[in-house]
Design a binder for this molecule. Structure first.
Ligand SMILES: C[S@@+](CC[C@H](N)C(=O)[O-])C[C@H]1O[C@@H](n2cnc3c(N)ncnc32)[C@H](O)[C@@H]1O
Length: 249
């Protein structure tokens, strides 16, 4: 395992000591409202993309599944899920959260995915490749995801982007530009069908949700509003954006 992977594993194993929902999105969100909102947006994006592809009751790869927060709703929707993550600490939470029916969790740095070629119906990814700062490593991981997918099977990936590439979190994370993400996917052999912004990192309603000023019944309307505004503005020069990439193996 490389030094970068060891640092990455230590970082996530450290976070696994805190609340499993806080660990994977925003560790400082003490009330957990912002994390619930973002997880809901992620889950809805995965659900509607899988529906658009006509996929139900099939085998999914949840790459970088962490504490199983994204895996659990997929299991409830009837999918079988293979969850892969670099952190054993986070995967322990995933096992407790999801049990062992229709799911399997494997700890790996992702360089060699323990999956036979052309066996998976779709892969979902939420902010994982942003933690592979080195483009060659990110490409190698995407290539092994592509090999595990059946021909033409979808990759549904949400990652963070900026107008200019920026490394954050003491060098552990990179926010690539949208063209860089698209080039990375193409160079790993994916055919990209679409990319659209789901939300901006500093959208004004997010701190209000976090403070409890906007009740959960309004959240679906707010997330639709975020996506609609983002479709017009594109990635803003002062903020990062979460982009949904849909590609095929
Ligand atoms: C922001 S968290 C997202 C977790 C999960 N996708 C979710 O939505 O709840 C990023 C995840 O990527 C995992 N990760 C980072 N580098 C990885 C690698 N090389 N291989 C597999 N997982 C990795 C981390 O351990 C962490 O669980």
């Amino acid at each position: 395992m490389s030094r970068a992977d060891r640092d990455q594993r230590a970082y996530w194993d450290g976070l696994s000591q805190i609340d499993p929902d806080a660990a994977i999105i925003d560790p400082n969100d003490r009330r957990g409202l912002k994390n619930r909102y973002l997880a809901g947006m992620r889950d809805e994006a995965f659900r509607s993309s899988l529906c658009r592809h006509g996929l139900d009751d099939c085998v999914l790869l949840d790459l970088g599944c962490g504490t199983g927060s994204s895996t659990q709703p997929l299991l409830k929707a009837g999918y079988s899920v293979l969850g892969i993550d670099i952190s054993l600490g986070l995967l322990r939470h995933a096992k407790v959260r999801c049990g062992d029916k229709h799911c399997l969790f494997i700890a790996t740095d992702g360089s060699q995915l323990p999956i036979a070629d052309a066996t998976v119906d779709a892969a979902v990814v939420y902010v994982v490749l942003s933690y592979l700062v080195d483009d060659d490593r990110a490409r190698a991981l995407l290539e092994s995801v592509r090999r595990s997918l059946k021909p033409n099977a979808p990759l549904i990936m949400i990652e963070q982007a900026r107008t200019q590439r920026r490394t954050t979190e003491a060098g552990l994370k990179v926010q690539r530009s949208r063209p860089e993400w698209l080039a990375l996917l193409s160079s790993a052999g994916f055919k990209v069908d679409s990319s659209h912004i789901l939300r901006h990192g500093r959208f004004p309603t997010t701190p209000l949700i976090r403070a409890g000023w906007l009740p959960p019944r309004l959240w679906p309307h707010i997330s639709r509003l975020e996506a609609r505004i983002a479709a017009h503005t594109g990635v803003l020069p002062w903020d990062y954006a979460e982009i949904l990439f849909e590609a095929r193996a």
